[in-house]
Design a protein. Structure first.
Lengths: 351, 602
């Protein structure tokens, strides 16, 4: 946002989390995105999330592909290992990194181009593996860094800055993700931090692939009249299907909610989500229901937000693969190398 | 011309794919091996599961020459579809065995060979009940015929049957019936032995019969690799199959029986290399096996790995190109594709095993080099090494071996450090220090394929950018001191030399023996790694003429030698073999004689 580096100042009375760290400790380098970019708000929400969850920065890895969205991991959690990979291939790097050490928290940040075009293959296969990660799509319907081409999430009829309408059917990452087995699917809006932060927290504490599609307007190339992903248009079309609250482990539930119409789900990595229904006859535990309400809303020109689908029971990648419950990268060499006697013995089969 | 001999002959089997011939052919080969006779098997198979022609060639060689002879002394012609060409390929004085169950109107034949008809199908139809066993046992029956014709040790074959089928008594019995049937028929109807014999010898003690994908996989297991990602592609698939098999028995957690490894079948090669790099970045020893088309797909990530300095190991089991090429035929056609894989200024450390034995040792070494040099390292084998059965020395392992993990900062070092910078050349060898995620609060850094400075920060600054890519060249120089030295056989007397690579080795060994007998001794250097170390240039300097022998059309090694050293290119003569069949000694001899004669005539 600003090109002038400012020194980080931590005030004595700054709010500290259980690790004694301040919000500033979870920041990254200065953003170089356009002023007003939705992505910066998401970055702020991620900082709030990891601060609130008391995550030790070095126990978090943050990965991305290429594009405006993929620059953002540099803007949060500077004390975490970051990985800015190649275009559309962040999921494979996350898969490998996760295999080496499945105990780390993993946040992947991608965009609509990075995920739904060049990265569609890897995106879908990371979902099929139910890789334990939080996958955030910063979705603005447009290629920003190459100056304004439509992306695969652009709605039919949405116009480019110069007026030409998009004619190709958009890919909805939420519908795709639910249909091929994502175990946590949510949609939000970069301008709605109150909704976004609990979803990020729940997604990170979910075990398995948590996908969060965040509409994040591009102020430079897609915020004009006629765009369906502008700030104004998004505020008008979004409708919350469920109100999501994340409750930290061992903390009191302070919010008021009608237990009859709400769902409580314990999350594997800690804490629970409480879902207060806004939409009648909709269960986020049922795939068909989820896809139906998303489509019905879309038919009415509305964009459904909130936690749209959750399944906390499907095994994640590590469990599916029957991998040991400890980091592979910490197993001593002597436990990995079978040694000379084994080699002699197995060669008898080749005599 | 086939000459009388014992323990020097080539038997070729012409079969139809999917008829179960390979186990019988393998049994024949292993029996010869167990009789103490050096032997090698070459499988010429189609890119197909059932119905197309396939050949298996077994060469017995008392001297232990392990390249194919390029000649056929005994043809077992079991495929009517290829009969004419199989008949034509037999050496004068040789033999052809065919299934004479059905009378043929006109049997194509030759006057200069002996054709032996055996009613294999007829005998098997009478002896066995099911269609499948009738088909399979024909194969065992011709092994029986051969065992009589070559006067093989039947006790060895019978023991092999017991070892192969273990407790499956019905299979042992059926195979024994078929074997005896063939044996007896040959004894009763032909003069046994032929002009060739298999005579018990002692040349195979301390050896095994194994393929190079299995040994490369063993290398991964012994090197402590924990993450393997892959996408199925011929001829590399059996490498991961082997790794999986070995891990299943050798890599289970003692307490939980869970896997001390992760094998990920990726959605494509682009993902396979991404996974390998992700795991390498996160401190696991990782690898991905592939072949040429996979290398092309991995290109972008390989440059990323080079620039961001992430260790991983890529096995390229080469097959013929260009494009899809012939997936089941061998070539050394990815030398340049791997050495310079990816856009921008990139170059990669490559290792070139010559046979399955070296594939084991260089595989383990690749993991060391990848971590010491913090870069992707390639092991370039080929279909011939990877999928054919070779006789090699027993593999050895020294207990107490410790892997070289390179410059990874531990807890104490980070505790005592003010700031950690990922790309700082502290030691002057071009290799910076790295940290493993998750281990220490001070270890964090940002990995990016975009321009970065020596501190690890993003940059578009000319000097800062250049600083890092120049430092990578210093690392390249360090690599020359760490990669394996070439294999050199040198005598001051000889002015002409050969430089070659990988699986050409056995054919060259044989060709040199023959040429030496003819008064043309040649020195020999076999490149084992890229970048080339000083020895390679020195060898070229010492000779007036050097034949560069390789298995590709464009002379890729030849080009690399010219590009990467200061040698006078006129000294080098490129000899290329690229029809997809493993290289023959006789073809090398022919080409070298032609070139030397042409040189003398000029």
């Amino acid at each position: 946002m600003s090109y002038i580096k400012k020194p980080k100042i931590i005030r004595d009375n700054a709010l500290r989390n259980k690790l004694g760290m301040t919000l500033t400790d979870y920041e990254g380098v200065m953003s170089t995105l356009c002023a007003g970019c939705g992505h910066d708000s998401i970055t702020g929400a991620i900082i709030q999330t990891v601060f609130d969850l008391n995550i030790e920065p070095h126990r978090l890895i943050k990965l991305s592909g290429i594009g405006c969205s993929s620059k953002t991991p540099a803007y949060f959690a500077s004390q975490s290992h970051g990985f800015n990979s190649v275009h559309g291939r962040m999921p494979s790097v996350a898969t490998g990194a996760h295999s080496a050490n499945s105990e780390l928290f993993c946040i992947g940040v991608s965009g609509d181009g990075d995920t739904l075009s060049i990265g569609m293959g890897q995106f879908t296969h990371a979902i099929r593996r139910n890789l334990n990660m939080l996958y955030v799509i910063e979705n603005n319907g447009v290629y920003g860094l190459t100056k304004g081409q439509f992306s695969a999430s652009a709605d039919v009829g949405s116009t480019a800055k110069k007026g030409a309408p998009n004619v190709q059917i958009p890919i909805d990452p939420c519908q795709v993700a639910i249909s091929i087995g994502a175990t946590f699917v949510a949609r939000s809006f970069s301008g709605d931090k109150d909704q976004l932060v609990p979803l990020l927290k729940a997604g990170l504490m979910h075990r398995g692939f948590a996908m969060l599609d965040v509409i994040s307007p591009c102020v430079t190339f897609n915020d004009h009249e006629g765009s369906t992903k502008s700030y104004m248009s998004t505020r008008e079309s979004k409708r919350e299907a469920l109100y999501t609250d994340y409750i930290e482990p061992f903390s009191e539930i302070e919010i008021d909610y009608d237990q009859g119409s709400s769902i409580e789900i314990d999350l594997h990595e800690g804490g629970k989500v409480i879902l207060r229904k806004a939409e009648k006859e909709f269960s986020p535990l049922n795939k068909s229901d989820s896809i139906r309400v998303i489509r019905e809303a879309a038919d009415e020109g509305e964009m459904l937000t909130g936690l749209l689908y959750i399944d906390e029971n499907t095994p994640d990648f590590t469990e599916m693969e029957n991998t040991v419950n400890k980091p592979l990268n910490e197993i001593p060499f002597d436990d990995l190398c079978p040694g000379s006697e084994s080699l002699i013995s197995l060669q008898k089969n080749y005599k | 011309m086939s000459k009388p001999s014992h323990n020097n002959f080539t038997v070729k089997f012409a079969n139809v794919n999917g008829t179960g011939s390979s186990s019988a052919n393998g049994m024949f080969m292993k029996s010869i091996f167990r009789m103490g006779i050096p032997v090698v098997g070459k499988n010429y198979f189609p890119s197909n599961i059932q119905g197309l022609p396939t050949w298996y060639e077994i060469r017995a060689s008392e001297k232990g020459y392990l390249s194919p002879s390029g000649t056929v002394d005994i043809m077992v012609a079991m495929n009517a579809q290829t009969y004419a060409e199989d008949l034509a390929s037999v050496e004068p004085g040789g033999y052809l065995i065919y299934d004479s169950s059905w009378p043929r109107k006109e049997l194509m034949t030759r006057d200069d060979i002996t054709v032996l008809g055996v009613p294999l199908a007829k005998m098997c139809n009478e002896a066995f009940d099911t269609a499948r066993s009738r088909t399979l046992m024909k194969n065992t029956a011709y092994v029986g015929v051969l065992s009589a014709l070559l006067e093989m040790d039947m006790a060895v074959i019978e023991q092999l049957l017991l070892d192969t089928f273990g407790t499956k008594k019905h299979l042992i019995d059926a195979n024994k019936v078929a074997l005896d049937m063939g044996f007896n028929y040959a004894k009763e109807n032909f003069k046994c032995p032929l002009i060739f014999r298999a005579k018990t010898s002692n040349k195979t003690d301390g050896h095994i019969i194994i393929d190079g994908n299995a040994t490369a996989a063993l290398g991964c297991v012994f090197a402590g690799a924990t993450v393997g990602s892959w996408y199925p592609i011929t001829p590399s698939t059996s490498l991961m199959d082997a790794f999986s098999g070995y891990c299943h028995s050798l890599r289970k957690d003692k307490e939980t029986e869970k896997n001390n490894y992760s094998i990920i079948q990726a959605e494509d090669e682009l993902a396979a290399i991404g996974m390998a790099l992700g795991a390498g970045w996160n401190g696991a020893r990782s690898f991905t096996p592939t072949s040429g088309p996979g290398i092309s797909l991995m290109g972008e990530f390989l440059g990323f790995g080079y620039y961001t300095e992430i260790p991983t190991v890529v096995f390229d089991v080469q097959r013929t190109g260009p494009s899809t090429g012939m997936p089941t035929r061998t070539q050394q056609c990815d030398l340049m594709a791997c050495a310079y894989a990816s856009h921008g200024d990139t170059k990669h450390v490559c290792l070139y095993p010559a046979n399955p034995e070296e594939a084991f040792y260089l595989s383990t070494e690749a993991f060391n080099l990848a971590e010491q040099l913090q870069t992707p390292v390639f092991v370039l084998s080929d279909l011939d090494i990877g999928m054919n059965d070779w006789m090699v020395k027993d593999l050895e392992w020294e207990d107490g071996y410790q892997p070289k993990r390179g410059k990874v900062l531990g807890k104490e070092e980070l505790d005592n450090m003010e700031n950690f910078y990922r790309y700082l050349d502290v030691d002057g060898d071009g290799i910076p220090y790295r940290t493993i995620p998750g281990r220490h609060p001070k270890g964090a850094y940002f990995t990016r394929g975009s321009g970065h400075n020596k501190l690890g920060g993003y940059t578009e600054d000319a000097a800062e950018y250049q600083d890092v890519v120049d430092r990578l060249l210093i690392k390249w120089e360090t690599a020359k001191t760490l990669v394996p030295q070439p294999d050199i056989s040198y005598s001051k007397k000889n002015k002409i030399g050969i430089i070659s690579i990988g699986s050409c080795n056995d054919a060259i060994r044989e060709a040199r023996d023959v040429l030496k007998k003819q008064g043309q001794a040649l020195n020999y250097l076999r490149v084992k790694a890229f970048p080339f170390n000083d020895q390679v240039e020195k060898f070229m300097t010492q000779h007036e003429k050097i034949f560069v022998i390789e298995q590709n059309r464009d002379g890729q090694l030849h080009h690399m030698l010219i590009t990467e050293t200061n040698i006078d290119p006129r000294k080098l003569e490129s000899l290329r073999f690229y029809n997809g069949i493993p290289i023959f000694a006789k073809d090398i001899i022919q080409k070298i004689e032609d070139r030397i004669n042409a040189g003398q005539a000029a």
